[in-house]
Design a protein around this ligand. Sequence first.
Ligand SMILES: CC(C)(COP(=O)(O)OP(=O)(O)OC[C@H]1O[C@@H](n2cnc3c(N)ncnc32)[C@H](O)[C@@H]1OP(=O)(O)O)[C@@H](O)C(=O)NCCC(=O)NCCS
Length: 202
Amino acid sequence: MEETKKEEEGEAVMEEVDPSEIDYVSYGGEHHLPLIMRLVDKELSEPYSIFTYRYFVYLWPQLSFLAFHKGNCIGTVVCKMGEHRNTFRGYIAMLVVIKSYRGKGIATELVTRSIQVMMESGCEEVTLEAEVSNKGALALYGRLGFIRAKRLFRYYLNGVDAFRLKLLFPRPEISSLLRMANNEDGYYHNNQQFEEGSSQVN
Ligand SMILES: CC(C)(COP(=O)(O)OP(=O)(O)OC[C@H]1O[C@@H](n2cnc3c(N)ncnc32)[C@H](O)[C@@H]1OP(=O)(O)O)[C@@H](O)C(=O)NCCC(=O)NCCS
C-alpha cells in the first residue's frame, strides 16, 4: 500500500537501474502531453498552463524528449528555438527527472539530445534560466559548458532570483574568418619583420 503510494509519487524504492533499460523518445503526439505535464507540475516551482505546454510541443516537437523505464515516463525536457536579437538560439524551458531516478545521467542524456538537434538546426547558442539556489541544475549545466550570463532579480513567481545560463556553439564561419585573419596577421608580421630587418641593415 505504502509502496503503491510512493510509486504514484514517483519515489518508489527501486533496484539498480541498468542505463540500457532507459528508452529516450522525442515528443510523439498528444498522448505524451499528460506525461510531461505530470512530471513538470510536480517538480518545478513555476506553474504552467496547458497552452504553454502546447506552445512548445506543437511548434518544436523535435526538441522535446521523454525518458521511459519499463513503460513509465521518468524524465522529460521541453525546448524551443528561434530568432532572438539577430541570433538563432535554442531555449531549454523545462527539465525534470523523477527523484528515484536522479544521479544516473538521465537529465544529461535528455538535454544533450535537445542540444544536438538545436546545433544541427543552426542554433548559435542555447539559453535557459535556473533558480540561483538550484545546485543540481547549476552543476549539471555547468558540466555541459553553460556559463552564468546574468542574474535576474526575483525572476520567478515565488520571488527567487534566477541565473540566465548560456552555452555558445563554435561558429564555423567565425572560426574560418579568424583563421584567415590569423594567416593575414602572420603574413603582415612576417613582412613587417622583414622590412624592419631591412631598414636596420640600411
Ligand atoms: C536537475 C535534475 C533535472 C538533474 O537530473 P539527473 O538525472 O539527476 O541529472 P544527471 O544524473 O544527468 O546529473 C548530471 C550531473 O549534474 C550534477 N548534478 C545533478 N544533480 C545534482 C545535485 N542534486 N547536486 C549536485 N550535483 C548535481 C552532477 O555533476 C551530475 O554528475 P555526477 O552524477 O557525475 O556527479 C533533477 O534533479 C530534477 O529533476 N530536479 C527538479 C527539477 C529541476 O530543478 N529542473 C531544472 C530546472 S532549471
